[in-house]
Design a binder for this molecule. Sequence first.
Ligand code: AMP
Ligand code: ZN
Length: 114
Amino acid sequence: MADCLFCRIVAGEIPATIVYQNDQVVAFRDITPQAPTHVLVVPRRHIASLSDLAPGDDALVGEMVRAAAGIAKEAGHADRGYRTVFNTNADAGQTVFHIHLHLLGGRKMGWPPG
Ligand code: AMP
Ligand code: ZN
């Protein structure tokens, strides 16, 4: 989508610090990090939110989740732990409507989230 921020990052039209990519997903550093490691994993294909996933997207979601786990391991967070979050729609605070998995690590997390 031409007017989607994350589609434009995927296309290389807007700069981002890419930490991992393959043929299906791109992972880049969040511009306002909420933890020492804060990476967003997005599919190359535009999907607005978790609510818009179809059964045919199951493998893509698996790629996103496994990419996050791999980045967390590479960053040294696997043993102590890390958090992965999909925010969906207004009450959860979703601001960018191109589905993204937040990976946060490198500090102790509180629960429940705010
Ligand atoms: P959410 O609030 O779950 O929709 O998350 C959107 C995230 O995108 C926020 O954590 C923002 O800090 C992040 N963000 C917004 N613009 C950019 C950008 N240009 N590059 C990297 N991250 C961004
Ligand atoms: Zn998009």
